[in-house]
Design a protein around this ligand. Structure first.
Ligand SMILES: Nc1ncnc2c1ncn2[C@@H]1O[C@H](COP(=O)(O)OP(=O)(O)OP(=O)(O)O)[C@@H](O)[C@H]1O
Length: 236
C-alpha cells in the first residue's frame, strides 16, 4: 500500500464566526514543493493558519506524517515538524539577530546557528542588530532562518517575497529551492506569480476558499487563460 503524503488535508472547512472561509479543502503536500496562488482574500492565509493551529476549523482532517493535527497546539505542531514563515515576517523589533536565532536553536539536526550564518552571511554581519534595524530582505532571511532552525519536515511560507526588491526575491526563491532539494516539504503561499513559478514544482489555485485547480508550475506558466481567470495577473 502506498504510504501517506507528508501533509494530507481532507475536507477542511474553516470559519471565523458566521463567515465560512475555507470550503472542503483537500490537498496533499509531499516531496514536490507546492505553491498556493490566489487573489487577495481567497483564503490562503487561513489555510496556513489551519495547518499551524492558529485558526480553529470545524470539520475535516489535517494529518502530518499520518498524525492527526486537529486539537493540537501550535507548539505541538511545531515540535512535530512544521516550520512557519508568517506573512509580514513578525520579527521582534527589540531582539537582535542572534537572540532570534538562540530562541529557536535545537541541540540536534542539520540546521544550527553556524549553518544559518554560513547560508546567510548578511545575518552574521548584522548579528548584533535589533530587528527594527534590519532591511525587509534581512528580516525575511531571519524569518526563514528561524523556521529552519526547528529542522522542520514541512516549511510553510506565507507570501515570503511580499515587498522585497527583485534581487532579494531571487534570493528567497533560490533558498526555497535549496530547502526543497534537501528533502523538506514546502508549501508556499504567493501573490508574485513569477516567484512562485520559479520556486515550486506544483501550484494549487484558491478561489473563494476552495482549491479550483492544481497543476505543474510549468503548465501554469504557459496557461495565460488560467492566469487571467483566477489570478488576474500575467507574466511580464
Ligand atoms: N480573523 C478573521 N476574522 C474574520 N474574517 C477573517 C479573519 N481573517 C481573515 N478573514 C476573512 O477570511 C477571508 C480569507 O482571508 P485570508 O487572509 O485567508 O485570505 P488570503 O488569500 O490570505 O488574502 P491576502 O492575500 O489578502 O492575505 C477574507 O474574506 C478575510 O476578510
Amino acid at each position: 500500500m502506498a504510504s501517506d503524503p507528508l501533509l494530507r488535508i481532507t475536507g477542511l472547512n474553516l470559519s471565523y464566526g458566521s463567515s465560512h472561509v475555507l470550503h472542503d479543502v483537500t490537498l496533499d503536500v509531499d516531496a514536490r514543493p507546492l505553491g498556493i496562488l490566489g487573489r487577495n482574500g481567497m483564503g490562503k492565509t487561513s489555510l496556513c493558519n489551519a495547518i499551524l493551529g492558529l485558526a480553529p476549523h470545524f470539520s475535516g482532517s489535517i494529518r502530518l506524517g499520518g498524525i492527526e493535527l486537529t486539537g493540537l497546539t501550535p507548539e505541538r505542531r511545531a515540535r512535530l515538524g512544521i516550520g512557519y514563515v508568517p506573512q509580514g515576517r513578525r520579527i521582534f523589533r527589540s531582539l537582535s539577530v542572534e537572540e532570534h536565532l538562540a530562541i529557536m536553536a535545537q541541540k540536534d539536526g542539520d540546521w544550527n546557528v553556524e549553518r544559518v550564518y554560513e547560508t546567510f552571511p548578511r545575518l552574521k554581519e548584522r548579528r548584533r542588530n535589533l530587528g527594527d534595524r534590519l532591511s525587509g530582505g534581512e528580516q525575511q532571511m531571519l524569518a526563514i532562518a528561524r523556521a529552519l532552525l526547528l529542522n522542520p519536515r514541512l516549511l510553510v511560507l506565507d507570501e515570503p517575497t511580499e515587498g522585497l526588491a527583485p534581487a532579494i526575491v531571487s534570493d528567497v526563491v533560490a533558498l526555497v529551492r535549496q530547502v526543497a532539494r534537501e528533502g523538506i516539504a514546502v508549501l508556499m503561499v504567493e501573490q508574485n506569480l513569477h516567484a512562485a513559478l520559479s520556486a515550486v514544482e506544483d501550484v494549487a489555485i484558491m478561489v473563494g476558499g476552495q482549491i479550483v485547480e492544481r497543476m505543474p508550475a510549468r503548465a501554469l506558466a504557459e496557461d495565460t487563460a488560467t492566469q487571467k481567470r483566477h489570478l488576474a495577473l500575467e507574466l511580464a
